[in-house]
Ligand binder design. Sequence first.
Ligand SMILES: [Zn+2]
Length: 127
Amino acid sequence: MKISGGCHCGAVYFTVSLPEPPVPALDCNCSICRRSGFLHVIVPHGEFSLERGEEALTSYRFGTGAAEHLFCRHCGVKGFYQPRSHPDSWSVNARCLDEPVALAIEAFNGRDWDEAKGRLDAGEQGG
Ligand SMILES: [Zn+2]
């Protein structure tokens, strides 16, 4: 299933290929995700295409600096970014997709990141 999405002002626009719904999504409670309300759909780099807006993206790093939090410098919306948990994928914000997609939402305990990532790698959690 191919679907488009982007930031609020339209500067950043992308398309992604998603599996058949319900699409796995992670609801993370870490310091930045709970503030921004980001709902993670993990999309392999090859299944994501940035159609426009590369020049509008600016980035923010904190903590280990492994994740690159990208957001639109015009409207401030974070439609996708490079997560620390999945270095070969983008994390796309389900709330920034142009159409609603049925999701299978699982909690990701990003407040205790190492423990949560361990569970993810052990296959105890989807995504
Ligand atoms: Zn924007």
